[in-house]
Design a protein around this ligand. Sequence first.
Ligand SMILES: C[S@@+](CC[C@H](N)C(=O)[O-])C[C@H]1O[C@@H](n2cnc3c(N)ncnc32)[C@H](O)[C@@H]1O
Length: 221
Amino acid sequence: MTLPSPYHAPGFYDDALAKGRHRDIVGGRWEETPRIVLPLLTQHGLTGTDHLLDIGAGALRLGRHLAPQVAGYWATDLSRALMLKGWETELDDATRTKLPQDHLIEDTAFTYPHIPATITFALAFAVFTHLPADHLATALTNLRPRFPSLRRLIFTVFLAPEQHSGPHRQADGVVTHPDRFPWHMSERHVLTLARTAGFTATRHDHRLPRGQTLFTADPET
Ligand SMILES: C[S@@+](CC[C@H](N)C(=O)[O-])C[C@H]1O[C@@H](n2cnc3c(N)ncnc32)[C@H](O)[C@@H]1O
């Protein structure tokens, strides 16, 4: 059976973490990614009063900056060990105090277990670039009933032209696929999945690492 992503290979996290590679697991670019992404989150409405859910937070490449900036920060990932490694090695003392370890939740199915219903904003950066479209559909579908106060989700995907059936080269050279990692989908597919889950999604043409495309998705009223 083909795995959805390298993350799903048995022992993947244990091996990479044992080799001290928690930054590589999330794609490196440790300083560049927050430098580009954090201003975009503010531009697209994240404020200091938000209660933020960082979906697929990894080694807290963004979380280490975000946790001190918001009223509440919670994170999920396929690997809690990866988030804990980020917590132990990448956070300063003040951020560790602000971010209790029990805010880092392992979540294999986008059901957001143990996350409080008070979440107002959600982020999934460079997560659905690594997963087939049905994962995005599940993540979106489960958000609305779990978080009635959610104002906005920001997520990224790789896009390919409509009706494109094979590999596609992204702006910075990454080759993506319709049927295997790294995954792409059409804009129309993204908008349809969002609408089905009760969101209005909008594409934003920012220049992002590896040529990902950013979407905002707002709950339909
Ligand atoms: C490229 S990393 C991005 C991490 C983080 N969002 C960032 O930008 O630094 C992708 C993350 O998605 C996580 N992931 C992969 N499949 C997942 C799933 N089914 N549910 C939750 N997280 C998942 C991986 O463990 C990894 O941390």
